[in-house]
Design a protein around this ligand. Sequence first.
Ligand SMILES: [Zn+2]
Length: 105
Amino acid sequence: MVVKPSEQEEEYFARLDFEKKKKVEEEKHKKIAEEEKKRLKALHYMKCPRCGVDLIEVDYKGIKVDKCVQCSGLWLDAGELENVAKQEKTFLDNLFSFFTESDQR
Ligand SMILES: [Zn+2]
């Protein structure tokens, strides 16, 4: 089969068209992914990962601890575990007893 120049041209334009549509599709997907991220954040922000109920943020001596009232789970933000680990052992004891006592109240 002899390929005529016009056929090559058609193929070229078809490919251009495909690339253009592919880019539009990719942009659409990126936008959907961004919206999904925002939606998930709005849905899960400050919710217990176990129970899904609202977390209560307590600033305990400069360390923000998020506590679940349902399962009594304690959650720390990024870097806060390091801050806790740097503290004296008595600090940890006090932190734990603070949250244990608040459960009994
Ligand atoms: Zn919980």
